[in-house]
Design a protein around this ligand. Structure first.
Ligand code: NI
Length: 140
């Protein structure tokens, strides 16, 4: 079986995109690049097979309700290795890409680093007021 996973965009605005992914057994996302930092929240417990740009395969154990974070730049195909439908929700963080762009535009690295640090702190304060309250827990 070599079918495509089904995606449904639940939220898409200038700060975030939230997408539900449903994979029939053996189905795959197709090779893609993550342009934004993202968090995956599994809705099932099971194994996914990842294939990178060089064709190297690896497997990941996912646990229902246990999220994980990945930075922008990941490139892979994701395949459902289970004999049941797999489901996860992907939260893409568009704000972080703007923070990085402002860092790269900076005329010198230290000023850019300061600006990035401010942007990260601002982001956490904003997020602390939103539904992902845990995100702001480490900030003082
Ligand atoms: Ni991906």
């Amino acid at each position: 079986m070599d079918q495509k996973a089904r995606s449904k965009v639940l939220i898409d605005n200038d700060r975030t995109r939230v997408t539900e992914w449903r994979f029939a057994p053996g189905s795959a996302t197709g090779f893609h690049r993550h342009d934004f930092d993202y968090v995956i929240m599994p809705q099932r417990t099971g194994t996914l097979t990842m294939v990178d740009g060089a064709g190297r395969e690896s497997t990941s154990q996912l646990t229902d309700g246990t999220p994980y974070f990945r930075a922008a730049g990941v490139e892979h195909d994701v395949i459902n290795s289970n004999d049941f439908e797999f489901v996860f929700v992907e939260f893409e963080i568009k704000y972080s890409l703007r923070a990085r762009a402002s860092y790269q535009r900076s005329p010198n690295a230290s000023a850019g680093a300061d600006r990035l640090a401010v942007a990260v702190r601002c982001c956490r304060v904003i997020m602390a007021d939103g539904p992902l309250t845990g995100f702001g827990a480490g900030w003082r």
